[in-house]
Design a protein around this ligand. Structure first.
Ligand code: SF4
Length: 386
């Protein structure tokens, strides 16, 4: 029995696959991914964008490969980046084979859409030869004609039937290293389809609300859709689709996972909306602080609360806490306990220093723990290491 059972999420049991060196499914952490929007043939621009995504915490990145030139460019991009690349193929089986040869870690392709069985066999062979997994990507907006005729309109049954039909084609070729997505821009449809698919198979699921919109509306739709699924234990890798800089997709993906306690990266800020009781400018302080703390990847929580009404209570649950106090004397908390007061110093500068020090302390503890574990394994001898 956990200490706070109301926070427990029971994750769906899925099989585990690998996208390069990143495990997806099973008990692997839920990964966050995005997609480049540069021209793939622009090698330098694409590598730079992938590097920015890596810095933001992206685990897996997808790159469109619509032409032979783009798969040639992919061969130059792969060695320059550190995260695995999913080559987005869609229809042309030759692009899939080229992408596998170019070093893609995963192929996004629907085997039912590439023509003959012989072509599927060639793609599967390339995937096996080059260690690629695949992603079957069903989209409500592009369902196969026969399925649409059968169901009349995109609906959960139609999407699941499409996904399982593609899956069966790969199973017939003895290929099981794939994940499935079942996306729709309509939150109800996407969630219902994923729930049904989650019951119908044990493949890992890539979840997302497709074409979700701009930064604000897309974030809200994705949070509702992905939030529902993740809360129900469904989803092994997430992509938030936003019409904006892909780095924002990563940030939103992490925020969704952080809200549900499923993954932690960087600073989780707890702040009040502020009101007439505030003892400093909460909104401006939080805005600047979040910007200044973007470089911290260590998971920790910081509270920034305008006054003593809620400040001390919130601070007890944080690594670093800050509560506005009367006559310009504010209270700083560390590890949930009152630490010191702050009067004339700049609030943001002071909190950044406190958070950086706390992050360094946590990282040093982790290092010590890792070294101790490595020494334990070494001293236990080869039998224990097996
Ligand atoms: S914590 Fe204080 S300043 Fe913040 S909203 Fe509540 S009463 Fe207002």
């Amino acid at each position: 029995m956990s200490v706070r059972p109301y926070r427990d999420i029971h994750r769906r049991q899925s099989r585990q696959i690998h996208v390069g060196n990143v495990p997806v499914g099973g008990d692997a952490p839920i990964t966050v991914q995005s997609m480049t929007n540069t021209d793939c043939e622009d090698v330098q621009g694409t590598v730079e964008q992938i590097k920015r995504l890596e810095d933001a915490g992206c685990d897996i990145v997808r790159v469109s490969c619509p032409s032979e030139e783009s798969t040639q460019a992919l061969a130059q991009i792969v060695p320059q980046v550190d995260i695995p690349i999913v080559a987005d193929i869609h229809f042309h089986y030759k692009r899939a084979i080229e992408a596998a040869q170019a070093g893609a870690s995963c192929l996004r392709i629907n085997p039912g859409n590439i023509g003959s069985r012989a072509r599927v066999q060639e793609v599967v062979k390339a995937a096996k030869d080059y260690g690629c997994s695949m992603r079957i990507g069903v989209n409500a907006g592009s369902l196969e004609r026969d399925i649409l005729e059968k169901y009349g309109e995109p609906c959960p049954d139609a999407m699941v039937e499409s996904a399982l039909t593609h899956a069966r084609i790969l199973e017939e070729e003895d290929f099981y290293e794939f994940k499935i997505s079942c996306k729709a821009s309509d939150v109800f449809l996407a969630v219902a389809a994923y729930m049904q698919l989650a019951d119908a198979c044990d493949y890992p699921l890539h979840i997302g609300i497709t074409e979700a919109g701009g930064q604000r509306s897309g974030t809200i739709k994705s949070s509702i859709g992905l939030g529902n699924l993740l809360w129900a234990g469904i989803g092994d890798t997430v992509r938030v689709s936003l019409s904006c800089d892909p780095v924002e997709e990563i940030k939103v993906g992490y925020e969704i996972l952080k809200s549900l306690g499923l993954r932690h990266r960087g600073v989780n800020v707890v702040s009040c909306p502020s009101c007439a009781r505030q003892q400093f400018d909460v909104i401006e302080t939080v805005r600047t602080l979040e910007e200044r703390l973007e470089h911290i990847s260590t998971p920790l929580t910081v509270s920034v609360i305008g006054c003593v009404v809620n400040g001390p209570g919130e601070a007890t649950l944080t690594d670093v806490g800050f509560t506005g106090g009367g006559r310009g004397t504010h209270q700083v908390y560390v590890n949930g306990l009152p630490s010191h007061r702050l009067k004339d110093e700049d609030i943001v500068d002071h909190l950044v220093k406190q958070v950086e020090a706390k992050a360094a302390e946590i990282e040093a503890q982790k290092d010590t723990q890792r070294k101790a574990e490595a020494e334990d394994t070494a001293s236990a001898g080869p039998a224990a290491a097996e």
